[in-house]
Each structure stands twice: as structure tokens, then as C-alpha cells.
Ligand binder design. Structure first.
Ligand code: ATP
Ligand code: MG
Length: 216
């Protein structure tokens, strides 16, 4: 039986950083990845790429609409579903999740003394879990983007967001006050695909693992 493998990727840095790894594993898109096509054929007739929003990747993989996917650890930690295995740390799109606040507040703030915080973030589940584990109550305001604006606009003093260089925080007068997690992108697989298409999945994972290790 010849089975098709569908791999879910998101546009932007994940697509850009994953394509070279896939190429080393023998999979290259034949359709232009910059086009508006959402399903890309590849040089392997049995492998297709689907291009979706970053936060939708775990959903596609859980429900088997994609056999495999590449998603940030932040997206996976926030995701409430199950039915997927994390197979490989691709060591791409590296950044960290952190608590940030205005530099003026940070000058006199002591995270050891936090008891209740108002926080704007798109990472509601991660934020609740992180602070609940430390016995800190949270009032969380859900945002979909531009978390750095929240303190400037008076929505909340603190945010939980991804930080890479810190330039965006700095440009908005914010500083990082607490580290939550180191983030990189992971290759995930649907549990049923892992069993039913095990040979094809294993071969692809092995190829990508070699590509990742050759960069270390
Ligand atoms: P959308 O743009 O569709 O709203 P998004 O903002 O989550 O979704 P990206 O900005 O492409 O999409 O981020 C995708 C993933 O890349 C994130 O989930 C995270 O794991 C990682 N990432 C985000 N920002 C950075 C960054 N500044 N540096 C490195 N990796 C990052
Ligand atoms: Mg983004």
C-alpha cells in the first residue's frame, strides 16, 4: 500500500527554517512556497505540505488532516488537545517565553512578592499554569497579537510573550522580569499515522534528524 504523508507548516519563519531541513530529508516543494497555494506538491509524489496558521498546526495533526506538523513549543504548550507525539526538536525558531513589564515598574518590582497579577497575553493556558504552580493568582486578558502595546495603552501592567532579541520589548519601554520557558519548533505526528504509516514516518524523521544534527 502506498500511503501519502501530509505535513502541516505555517508561513513565515517556520516555513523558511523547515524547508532546508525537509530538503535534506529529500522533500522539496515543486510549487512555489511563496505562492498563495495552501497545499504544495513536493518532489516526493507521496508527500504534500499544507500551509496553515501556526496555532492551527496541532489541530490538523490531532485530527489526522495532517500526519505530521511543525509547531513552536509555545503553541504545543498552549494547545489543549491530545493525540499527537512530539518526535523531534528541530532547533529552529528559537526564542523564549517571558513575563515583561515597563522598565519603570521593574525598577521597584520584586517577583518574589507577587500575589496577584493582571496579565495580557495570547498564552492563557501557559500563563495560568505557570503562576498557579507558584501560588500566584492571575487576571488574564486574552489578546491575539501585539502584546507589547497592552502596558502602554493601560490594559495591563504585565504581559507574557515571546522574546528573541528583546528589541521589540526595548522599543516599547518594557523589560523581561521572569523567564517561563525556552522555545523552539518541534516535529509532531498524529498517533494513528505513527502506527499506520510507521515506515514512511520513521524514514522522514530519520532524514530530518540527520539534517538537524548536522547543524549542531
Ligand atoms: P500568526 O502570524 O499567524 O498570527 P504567529 O504570530 O504565531 O501566527 P509566527 O510569528 O510566524 O506566527 O510564529 C510562529 C512560531 O515561531 C511561534 O509559535 C514561535 O514558536 C516562533 N517565534 C515567534 N516569534 C519568534 C521570534 N521573534 N524569534 C524566534 N521564533 C519566534
Ligand atoms: Mg507573529
Amino acid at each position: 500500500m502506498s500511503s501519502t504523508l501530509t505535513i502541516a507548516l505555517s508561513k513565515g519563519r517556520i516555513l523558511e527554517d523547515t524547508l532546508p531541513l525537509l530538503a535534506e530529508a529529500g522533500v522539496e516543494p515543486v510549487d512555489d512556497p511563496a505562492s498563495r497555494k495552501l497545499i504544495l506538491d513536493t518532489t516526493r509524489p507521496d508527500v504534500k505540505l499544507v500551509i496553515i496558521r501556526a496555532a492551527d498546526v496541532p489541530t490538523y495533526v490531532q485530527f489526522g488532516a495532517a500526519d505530521l506538523g511543525v509547531a513552536g513549543k509555545d503553541v504545543l504548550m498552549e494547545y489543549e488537545g491530545n493525540g499527537l507525539y512530539e518526535l523531534l526538536d528541530l532547533q529552529i525558531a528559537k526564542c523564549r517565553l517571558a513575563v515583561a513589564e515597563p522598565a519603570g515598574l521593574a525598577a521597584s518590582d520584586d517577583p518574589q512578592k507577587w500575589t496577584r497579577l493582571r496579565i495580557a497575553t495570547k498564552y492563557i493556558n501557559i500563563t495560568k499554569r505557570h503562576f498557579a504552580a507558584k501560588g500566584i493568582q492571575t487576571d488574564i486578558i486574552k489578546l491575539y497579537g501585539s502584546m507589547e502595546l497592552a502596558p502602554l495603552a493601560g490594559l495591563s501592567d504585565r504581559i507574557v510573550d515571546l522574546v528573541s532579541t528583546g528589541a521589540t520589548l526595548k522599543a516599547n519601554g518594557l523589560v523581561e522580569v521572569e523567564h517561563i520557558a525556552d522555545i523552539s519548533s518541534r516535529l509532531v505526528v498524529n498517533k494513528a499515522s505513527m502506527k499506520m504509516k510507521s515506515a514512511a514516518v520513521k524514514a522522514l524523521v530519520a532524514g530530518m534528524r540527520t539534517a538537524v544534527e548536522s547543524r549542531a
